[in-house]
Design a binder for this molecule. Structure first.
Ligand code: FES
Length: 82
């Protein structure tokens, strides 16, 4: 559930990663999200851990209802990345 604060909810995966550093790969998807791979901690603007994961898809169209994550809304709004 999202509130009007803009703060994303804490996700299901907030358990500590086995490794917290290392390389990060950011792969922009054509007309879609940023696919990000690595040992990732997604932190809200207030410093709260939203998710820890090894791979995420981050919204860059601005229309996701699950920001910062992509929910596929980029297709509905015909987002173009170029
Ligand atoms: S990039 Fe997929 S919902 Fe925004």
């Amino acid at each position: 559930m999202y509130s009007s604060s803009g703060e994303p909810p804490t996700g299901d995966r907030t358990d500590m990663l086995a490794v917290r550093n290392g390389p990060v790969e950011i792969a922009p998807q054509l007309d879609g999200p940023l696919a990000v791979y690595g040992n990732l901690e997604i932190i809200s603007g207030t410093g709260r851990v939203v998710s820890r994961a090894e791979a995420v898809r981050l919204c860059r169209c601005g229309h996701s209802n699950t920001k910062p994550f992509c929910d596929g809304s980029h297709s509905r709004v015909s987002f173009r990345s170029v």
